[in-house]
Structure formats: structure tokens, C-alpha cells
Write a protein that binds this ligand. Structure first.
Ligand SMILES: [Zn+2]
Length: 285
């Protein structure tokens, strides 16, 4: 990182060449480069506008790697990449209209419409975590108030549990808070499984927020399936079933909706599968 972007690009180039050699893949069979990156990405121009971990600022990463390897290169943000991977090879396979929500420290997301990633003007689209859920609600790290991320992310779920405990609500989670000084989202879900009333109330709050958000999204982009990705989804049915319940209770009654809710299938491989297949897709392969 200290040596700067060009040095990082050279190292990536060397790694690609070594992988091709080790796997006996001819250079001519290597079609294109796909890059997934966190941070603020201008996918259309292949530029990393800002990212905290690599300290990149306005780095034309796609062009730099394309120049280094003499192959076309595409750049995409990591949430869109995950969404694309699940669209081509995972839970949303075959769905040209889909939505993916990554629920972790924050909430990220991606939208596939007409079989393509939705980018929006200036690549600002599908920043789903910062859609407003509660007018003038809880403060979000982004500077807005009431973002869905401030209610339903793993961090927000843990924070709401801690607030209730510090406010005196009785729960088995109090022991965890006293011992560790904090509670995690996993602690809360573990206590739901153990029958704790506060834990259930907190995770129901998360599920309700996500369900209402999904109702809004159904009316905005009309997905055939909504895929959930990220640490919180490890709770499985404890995570997904309440979302379905609150969705069905809250959705309009004008017509019956057929949208499917599912958990992502590709896990940590989503980034690799997504970037590779998106690079090929962009090359018309
Ligand atoms: Zn926000």
C-alpha cells in the first residue's frame, strides 16, 4: 500500500501471469480481466474514486491493469459483483430481475434489471443500505438519518440490543454484555434460538425493517427473487422466515406477489465467480 497503486497493479499482474503458468493456460486463452473492489467505484470509467484500505484516490485501475496485461479489463464494486455472481451461478440463476442485499457491518446491495447490473447516473444507483427507512430516524454513518442500514445491519441489530439492555430490559443477553462489554449480532440470534424474549424482539425488528424495505423495492424494481448475503444470513431460517412472515403481512392485497426470498449460495467464491463472469459477459463471451 505504501508503494502506491502502480506497485499494487504490478503485483497483481505478476500473480495473474504465475496463475496462468501454474495452470498451463495459454495467454491467448486468457480473455479479459475482471476486478471487484470495495469503495466508491466509477464502473463505467473503470476508476476507483476512493477506498480506505488501499488508500486509492481516483485510480484508473481497469486501464492500469489492462495496460499491464494487454487484455481488456472491467472494474465493478464488490456488492454488484456479488449480485452478478448470484445472478449467473447462484440463488438468482435464471432471474433477469433480481435484488441482492448484503447484510453485514453495513448493508450493501445490487440490482439486476433486464439481465444487467443497474448503475444509475454517476454509478450512484443501488446504494440500497442508504435508502431511507424511517424519516428523521437513527443516525447513519453516511451522514443521513433513518437509513435502512441504521436499523437492520448486523451492527445496528447488536446496537439496538445493547440499548435495550442498558435501558434495563431483562434478558439473558445481559450476562453477555456484562462479561464482554458488548453483544454481537450473532449473540442476539443465538439467544433467539434459546427462547430469549428480548433477542426475539430485536431480531423481529430487523426482519420487519428488511421486509418493509423489500416491499418498497418490489414496487420500485419488481424483482423475481430477493437474495440475502452476508454474515447475518448464517442464522438461516431464523433469519429468513420472519422476513417472509412480515413481508406477507405487510404487502398490498391488490394482487398476489410471486417474489422468492432466498439465501445466497456462493459464499466467499461469489467475488471470484462474479468478476470472471462479468469480464467475459462484457467481452460478449
Ligand atoms: Zn446511510
Amino acid at each position: 500500500v505504501e508503494l502506491g497503486a502502480q506497485s499494487i497493479v504490478d503485483r497483481i499482474g505478476q500473480a495473474v501471469e504465475k496463475l496462468l503458468k501454474d495452470n498451463k493456460i495459454a495467454y491467448k486463452d486468457f480473455i479479459a480481466v475482471g476486478i471487484g473492489s470495495p469503495g466508491v467505484i466509477d464502473a463505467a470509467r473503470g476508476i476507483v474514486m476512493a477506498t480506505s484500505n488501499l488508500k486509492f484516490e481516483n485510480v484508473p485501475l481497469a486501464k492500469m491493469l489492462s495496460d499491464r496485461l494487454k487484455k481488456p479489463a472491467i472494474l465493478e464494486n464488490d456488492a454488484n459483483i456479488t449480485c452478478w455472481a448470484e445472478h449467473v451461478a447462484g440463488a438468482g440463476k435464471g432471474c433477469d430481475e433480481m435484488l441482492l442485499l448484503t447484510i453485514g457491518t453495513g448493508i450493501g446491495g445490487g440490482i439486476i434489471t433486464n439481465g444487467e447490473i443497474l448503475h444509475g447516473f454517476d454509478c450512484n444507483g443501488a446504494e440500497l443500505g442508504h435508502a431511507i427507512y424511517q424519516p428523521d430516524g437513527r443516525k447513519c454513518g453516511c451522514g443521513q438519518k433513518g437509513c435502512i442500514e441504521a436499523y437492520a445491519s448486523a451492527s445496528a441489530t447488536a446496537a439496538r440490543a445493547e440499548e435495550a439492555l442498558r435501558g434495563g430490559t431483562k434478558s439473558l443477553l445481559k450476562k453477555v454484555l456484562d462479561e464482554k462489554g458488548c453483544v454481537t449480532c450473532k449473540d442476539v440470534f443465538d439467544h433467539v434460538a434459546a427462547g430469549d424474549a428480548l433477542a426475539k424482539e430485536i431480531t423481529d425488528g430487523t426482519a420487519k425493517a428488511l421486509a418493509q424495505f423489500c416491499i418498497s423495492m418490489l414496487h420500485i424494481s419488481g424483482p423475481e427473487c430477493i437474495v440475502f448475503f452476508g454474515g447475518m444470513t448464517r442464522a438461516g431460517d431464523l433469519f429468513l422466515n420472519p422476513i417472509k412472515k412480515f413481508f406477507n403481512e405487510g404487502i398490498w392485497t391488490i394482487k398476489k406477489e410471486r417474489v422468492r426470498f432466498c439465501l445466497a449460495m456462493l459464499g466467499d467464491d461469489a467475488g471470484i465467480i462474479g468478476t470472471a463472469s462479468l469480464a467475459m459477459h462484457t467481452q460478449g463471451k
